[in-house]
Design a binder for this molecule. Sequence first.
Ligand SMILES: Nc1ncnc2c1ncn2[C@@H]1O[C@H](CN(CCC[C@H]2CNCc3c2ccc(Cl)c3Cl)CC[C@H](N)C(=O)O)[C@@H](O)[C@H]1O
Length: 279
Amino acid sequence: MDGGRAKGKDQGVVDGVAAMAHCYQEFNPKAYLQYNYTPPRADFSRADSIVPWKLGCLHRAFTEGDVGGETLVDVGSGPTLYQVLSGCELFGRVVLTDFLDVNRRELRRWLREEEGSFDWTPYLKHVCKLEGRSPSAWQEKATRLRSVVTEILPIDVHQPLPLPLGALPTPGADCLVSSFCLESVSPDLASFTRALGHMSGLLKPGGHLLLIGALGESYYMAGPGVRIPVVPLDEAQVCTSLRENGYALIHLSTYTLPPDMRVGVDDVSGIFFVKAKKM
Ligand SMILES: Nc1ncnc2c1ncn2[C@@H]1O[C@H](CN(CCC[C@H]2CNCc3c2ccc(Cl)c3Cl)CC[C@H](N)C(=O)O)[C@@H](O)[C@H]1O
């Protein structure tokens, strides 16, 4: 109770979101990449490693023939761009977004081929293989990616308008992809569902959403000593949130972490992949 006056729901929401934004000020992109995007979680010789599973889901979802158009937006990109390695072949305009300038700068470093950027080559080679191309085509894919990524924008999914006005064409993006963002930035399930609604405002009716997220996770480390709370979700809650936001579910698959993928950087137990259509 604040000064004897019960805090209204809205005040509680503001506090929860503000507290989350405060946690993110300590986010360490280099450590984060090390924790999640190097072996064992990114081991291309293992079909049960997390990254090959995610890339396989994205490849299939983007190449079934129903997804396409001009603009693809990745929501909450972080310092990673594996999310759009398949999609970049289908769209003339790929927009990457993140809440933190440190992450937007990390992405720009790779796109501008500056030294010290993360090496995405194994990822590019793996996706080329999934596409039936020779792994040596990875440089073509890198060139394609650099040619279609037109903007790296600030985003806040807790705002009704997550992106600056005019950032997208009026009807909205043709496709959204988002991985591990909503549950990692929302204090509770209601906030997750609201943020999904805000994000969906960026997508045109009939557009597709490819959503990857953590199941049963309560925290993750975003650097040494940087602990970020996560709202634990189960599949049913994800499906309910999608339905409440006007999505038709096309496909849902889940991945259960083998014991050696639990490396102490979070307590995630499973991962979901959703392909849905905005009605
Ligand atoms: N208001 C806000 N609005 C919008 N975006 C915000 C806001 N606030 C913060 N963000 C931004 O969200 C991004 C969340 N980010 C980390 C969580 C993933 C992490 C923890 N959960 C399990 C798990 C993880 C990673 C890999 C694997 Cl395998 C697993 Cl299992 C996703 C980055 C990228 N998409 C990725 O896939 O790694 C971050 O970049 C913030 O800057």
